[in-house]
Design a protein around this ligand. Structure first.
Ligand SMILES: Nc1ncnc2c1ncn2[C@@H]1O[C@H](COP(=O)(O)OP(=O)(O)OP(=O)(O)O)[C@@H](O)[C@H]1O
Length: 370
């Protein structure tokens, strides 16, 4: 009866009349208008939700549509990063998984405020030099644990209108509650939550934002507007943890501080390079280990390896085109060692050796303090 395109007005009317009991004409009219653009499958999902979890069709529809909008607005969700795409960082992956999975498995034992057992639910603050995979880790954990992923970059929430930034923070947490279980990822947390009293903005906007954030984080366990318990997991990322208002690092907030360093050993560098290249068509003669050991400098970050890999692909394409090597069976369309080596000719790592030492000293001091 229905095809796979979205249902027209009459089809939606038929559906509502026949698939749901107890709706009068006025309600049907109203719902027909509100369901514009929905597919048969989506209408069926809504019907099943009403039947299984109660509530009215209208309530379930509102939730469904906010979920749909959320998925569209937060595109990070659709790039499905897996643990295998994150090279190295084994200890960190384990720690993050435990921090997120245990409260999901044993929700009663974890609360954002201290429970009787003294266990508090933790938020994670990933800190370290740029390009070391902090964002990548957060995306991967949301996929691995099948959680929604809501990401905000510090300045995105800021608004010039009085009170609007605080409202944006409130909306963000309500959105997270509605899409629970969910990871709420704050990139560049330092720019959203700087130490209070120092921001230098005349109206004290940043101070109010920090206060609003604290209120929302402490109230994370409250029910959402559909009276459901929510599971929100906080992950923040920053290059400057010292600039973040310290109250945000207290128990139940971003209290698990995790340093994400630049790879120090050959093995770690190899794992990153391998994760980035394993799905690419690479010449079987290319020896990745030799390339990392003999050709690559030791100060490369994951983002540097990503840039090298991308450049090598471009080099391969140029080489193939200029040599008119485009073979119909595309046997020769592979990235060769020379394509990688060529990238390094004029490649500058994101951080020089000196900058790396400065970063390391600074992070060591920060880690010792905490
Ligand atoms: N450990 C890694 N394994 C595989 N790829 C990595 C790794 N680290 C970084 N990358 C690559 O570098 C890109 C940038 O990394 P990402 O954005 O996660 O770094 P970041 O630490 O969040 O940086 P910033 O502090 O500048 O925001 C990733 O999209 C990925 O392609």
């Amino acid at each position: 009866m229905f095809d796979l395109s979205s249902l027209n007005e009459q089809q939606r009317c038929e559906f509502l009349k026949h698939q749901l009991d107890g709706l009068d004409e006025r309600e049907i009219d109203y719902l027909v208008k509100k369901t514009s653009g929905l597919y048969f499958g989506e209408m069926s999902t809504l019907r099943d939700l009403v039947k299984s979890s109660g509530g009215s069709f209208d309530e379930q529809l509102e939730k469904f549509q906010s979920n749909r909008k959320f998925q569209q607005e937060n595109k990070l969700k659709i790039d499905s990063v897996k643990w295998g795409d994150v090279g190295g960082l084994g200890d960190i992956k384990e720690l993050i998984t435990d921090t997120i999975l245990l409260p999901l498995k044993y929700p009663g034992l974890f609360k954002s405020t201290e429970s009787q057992l003294g266990i508090t639910r933790s938020g994670i603050l990933l800190y370290g030099p740029p390009g070391t995979g902090k964002t990548l880790l957060a995306k991967a954990i949301s996929n691995e644990c099948a959680l929604n992923f809501l990401s905000v970059k510090g300045p995105e929430l800021l608004d010039m209108y009085v009170g609007q930034t605080e409202q944006n923070v409130r909306n963000l947490f309500e959105k997270a509650r509605l899409n629970s279980p969910c990871i709420l990822f704050f990139d560049e947390l330092d720019s959203l939550a700087p130490v209070r009293g120092r921001a230098g903005d005349s109206g004290g906007v940043m101070d109010r934002v920090v206060s609003q954030l604290l209120t929302e984080i402490d109230g994370m366990d409250k029910l959402n507007s559909h009276e459901e318990i929510s599971h929100i997991f906080l992950i923040g990322a920053t290059n400057r943890p010292d600039l973040i208002d310290q109250s945000l690092l207290r128990p139940g907030r971003f209290d698990k501080l995790v340093y994400v360093p630049i790879a120090k050993t050959f093995e770690e560098r190899f794992k990153i390079f391998d994760a980035l290249t394993k799905k690419l068509p690479i010449d079987a003669l290319f020896d990745k280990e030799e390339f990392i050991k003999r050709k690559c400098p030791n100060n490369l970050s994951g983002a540097d390896f990503y840039a090298i890999t991308n450049k090598a692909r471009q080099n391969a394409i140029k080489r193939i085109i200029s040599a008119s090597e485009i073979a119909t069976d595309n046997q020769d369309e592979v990235i060769k060692e020379e394509d990688f080596v060529k990238c390094l000719e004029d490649f500058n790592a994101n951080l020089s050796d000196q900058e790396l030492v400065i970063y390391e000293n600074y992070f060591n001091k920060f880690s010792n303090k905490n």
